[in-house]
Design a protein around this ligand. Structure first.
Ligand code: ZN
Length: 462
């Protein structure tokens, strides 16, 4: 059996402890690597025995699990993409009338939860979890929030899209596992309902997308007649978008909420990380159940996970029953730091640079929309922070110049606007090596996001 709860905590730590599970989270690197290697060998044998999809995957690579006798040999296995997983789902449904058959490794009577990615493009990818896998996810959520300072007795308002997405029920269960009280208000009632529940339940913590968080800050005076910072919220947890690691966006959220801002990642699966309390980057907290690798976007060539390395993130789940992913890429490009961190907390640090899918290429320069946003945020309040990248045809290749539609701040006109444009273009050129053509629009013109921000617009796509 692949289930392994030996590195999961039973019971809660003393509230004064800095880590939820210090014996595992602070394990020295070489011992963690040995634990990973043992679990990896069992995991590969398990997926090969229990899933037609993985058996074919190994066969096509001309390998069997026992051939993987070193980390090097492991990096020679092919990389799985979301498209591969979607195709496996579709084939299984078409050939056997079974939506999960190809990718599910656990006996069907052990599966207790089906989650899906938000699937902004194409069919959602399904994740199946057994009770054991749910216990792993719950523990990882607890490790993250515990590091940030959340404790039993605190109340967390969950203002994310609920339902089956990983920011929904899986996150609610993780917060409950830590022992805090979750208010799963969701976002379907818009900002008014979220703000009213914030007034009613007086949460110490809020979890939302950064763009929705900024929207709440903007709307609070009109809805509640006070500033959001007057509600006593101490933590803002950013989820679902990269903005939570951006210094300018973080500082606007910090001021707006009067709270500390933490970015974090990890939904219904095994890869989890949360912002370092003192420095840039997120500490990886789930090494006992997830192996991280970096590869070159495009070629898939391994990039050594050394201090300052950058590459597309590839993950492998360990001791995972339902739909374990082996060498899977979800398209995030990250940078890592491997040395000990000044904050004293253990765990390799990483920061998400962008999505390989969102990456645009302007005259040979790689550009992430999040990076454009980060530069613009530094010009608030002379701009509102809302913008669109306007493409004549779908990316990644962009015919120069890069067209930016940007909302000017109120009262910024004439000469002040011309000066702003010159500064903005020069900042973009220095920081991103791209010289944009700016098209100004009035404040409040661009549609506001409620769930995930949409930064790229293809003309003729609506
Ligand atoms: Zn740190």
């Amino acid at each position: 059996m692949i289930a392994d709860r030996s590195t999961l905590r039973t019971g809660r730590p003393d509230p004064g402890e800095a880590l939820w599970n210090p014996g595992v989270e602070a394990l020295p690197t070489d011992r963690m690597r040995r634990l990973q290697w043992e679990r990896l060998q069992r995991q590969l044998a398990y997926v090969y025995q229990s899933s037609a999809f993985y058996r074919r995957w190994f066969d096509e690579a001309g390998a069997r699990p026992e051939d993987v006798d070193s980390w090097d040999a492991f990096t020679r296995l092919p990389i799985l993409t979301k498209d591969d997983l979607r195709r496996a789902q579709a084939e299984s449904l078409a050939e056997r009338g079974d939506p999960f058959g190809g990718i599910c490794c656990a006996p069907r009577d052990r599966v207790v939860r089906v989650n899906a990615t938000s699937g902004t493009t194409g069919t959602p990818t399904l994740y199946l979890l057994t009770a054991h896998d749910v216990a792993v996810v719950n523990e990882m959520h607890a490790r993250k929030y515990w590091r940030a300072g959340l404790r039993p007795g605190h109340v967390m308002l969950q203002a994310l899209s609920l339902s089956m997405f990983t920011g929904g029920l899986p996150l609610s269960q993780g917060i409950m596992h830590l022992g805090a009280a979750v208010v799963p208000v969701g976002v379907d009632g818009g900002s008014r309902r979220v703000l009213e529940f914030a007034r009613l339940t007086r949460p110490q913590a809020v979890v939302a997308t950064p763009s929705f968080g900024l929207h709440l800050v903007e709307r609070c005076p009109a809805v509640l007649g006070c500033d959001l910072r007057d509600l006593g919220i101490r933590w803002f947890f950013a989820a679902g978008e990269p903005g939570g690691s951006d210094p300018a966006i973080r500082s606007r959220l910090e001021q707006g909420f009067g709270a500390r801002v933490f970015d974090h990642t990890g939904g219904g699966h095994a890869f989890h990380a949360i912002t370092c309390p003192e420095h840039a980057g997120m500490h990886f907290v789930s090494a006992d159940h997830c192996v991280l690798e970096l590869v070159e976007p495009g070629t898939g060539r391994p990039v050594p996970v050394g201090d300052g390395a950058e590459g597309e993130l590839v993950v492998t789940f360990l001791a995972w029953e339902g739909t374990p992913f082996v060498r899977a890429s979800f398209g995030d490009v990250v940078r890592v730091w491997t040395g000990p961190c000044g904050c004293g907390l253990p765990g390799l640090k990483l920061s998400i640079v962008g999505r390989a899918d969102d990456m645009l290429i302007v005259k040979g320069v790689n550009l992430f929309p999040g990076a454009v946003r980060a530069v613009l945020e530094e010009f608030v309040p002379r701009v509102t922070g809302h913008f669109r990248i306007v493409l004549a045809r779908p990316g990644p290749r962009v015919d120069p110049p890069l067209r930016l539609r940007v909302e000017r701040g109120s009262g910024v006109e004439g000469e002040a606007l011309a000066r702003l444009e010159a500064e903005l273009v020069s900042a973009m050129r220095d920081r991103l090596r791209v010289r944009p053509a700016v098209e100004w629009v009035d404040p409040g013109t661009l549609p506001r996001p409620t769930h995930k921000a949409r930064w790229v617009e293809v003309e003729g796509d609506g």
